[in-house]
Design a protein around this ligand. Structure first.
Ligand code: NCD
Length: 322
């Protein structure tokens, strides 16, 4: 694997390979000594032009558990805020000897620009670009669904026939887009649930059923309900009357939680707006997977960094050693 820019272009084989290597990584994280020597001597740069807590920390933890050196570069307080271009920043990183660049950027397509520009030879991982994609989030979500379903027997399994409803601010969500494509590739059936104002204009080519009623989606008994954050920072207009009204019609409250089938799970990529898209009852219930998603995120990012930086010269069995 040279880069990870999106899930749209991941094949089933590639997706399963990442998820299965992530299983190996998760196994190593149950040991007392969690650090593997696999990426010793490699330098990974976290290049974050947008705010992030969990994604940046997760990539940092993943890189460190593989013994790579990590440089955190956040655009605030850097020369980017003085007007330095992506090209100049990238060339600086190249001169410093970065082997991989993990980039989050407000502009959709920035990771691809970086990967195809010729400015750097490092592999590029998209950690979220505008409203476009967030592939490692979708991979950790798929990993979490698979783990809840198959437990220790997850390796090699697809999500064939698993029914996932993605609810809320689809319009602004790169998490929804990356999940849609990956879940589809893995054989899951995806339903997008949102008010009409928060569904993108042309979704006719998307492999998903669209519903405008959360209660209808819940009544159809999804295996996983993925609640999305209302992304106020990307909203330049009023997409719903009031927050109260949104919570009433689109929020996962206690009554809706109780109406879900007993074994269905509740997911959220974080950060959550408690009381808006998700109630405290739902967020804190045993069917909520948010903390598993965070923990699994480290394993999935370890797998991605490993496949990017070591996968071509070592068989992944070696990743478990040491
Ligand atoms: C998501 C993101 O940044 O796209 N968060 C994350 O990576 N954990 C979703 C969001 O911000 O709502």
């Amino acid at each position: 694997m040279r880069n990870l820019l999106d899930t749209t272009s991941l094949t089933l084989e590639e997706a399963l390979r990442i998820l299965d290597v992530a299983e190996d990584m998760a196994d190593t994280q149950r040991r007392e000594v969690k650090k593997l020597p696999t990426l010793r001597g490699k330098t990974i740069v976290n290049l974050f032009f947008e705010d992030s807590t969990r994604t940046r920390i997760s990539f940092e933890a993943a890189a460190k558990r593989l013994s790579a050196d990590v440089i955190n570069f956040s655009a605030k307080g850097s020369s980017v805020s003085k007007g330095e271009s992506l090209q100049d920043t990238a060339q600086t990183l190249q001169a410093m000897g970065a082997d991989a660049v993990v980039i989050r950027h407000g502009a959709s397509g920035a990771p691809r620009t970086l990967a195809t520009s010729g400015w750097i030879t490092a592999g590029v991982v998209n950690a979220g670009d505008g409203t476009h994609e967030h592939p490692t989030q979708a991979l950790l979500d798929a990993f979490t669904i698979r783990k809840r379903r198959f437990g220790d027997a997850s390796r090699g399994k697809t999500l064939d026939g698993v029914r996932v409803a993605i609810v809320g601010d689809i319009l602004h969500s790169r998490v929804a887009r990356s999940n849609l494509w990956l879940l589809h590739t893995l054989g899951a059936e995806v339903t997008l649930v949102a008010p009409p104002t928060l569904v993108p204009q042309d979704v006719s080519a998307w492999p998903a059923r669209i519903l405008y009623d959360l209660d209808e989606a819940i009544a159809s008994g999804p295996d996983a309900l993925m609640m999305l954050r209302i992304q106020s920072e990307r909203m330049n207009a009023a997409y719903f009357p009031t927050e109260r009204e949104y919570a009433r019609r689109w929020g996962l409250d206690a009554a809706r939680l109780a109406a879900l089938p007993a074994d269905s799970i509740v997911m959220h990529p974080g950060p959550m707006n408690r009381g808006l898209e998700i109630s405290a009852e739902a967020a804190d219930s045993p069917r909520a997977t948010m903390l598993e998603q965070v923990a699994n995120g480290v394993s999935v990012r370890m797998a991605v960094l490993y496949l990017l930086l070591a996968g071509d010269r070592a068989e992944h069995a070696g990743a478990g050693e040491g």
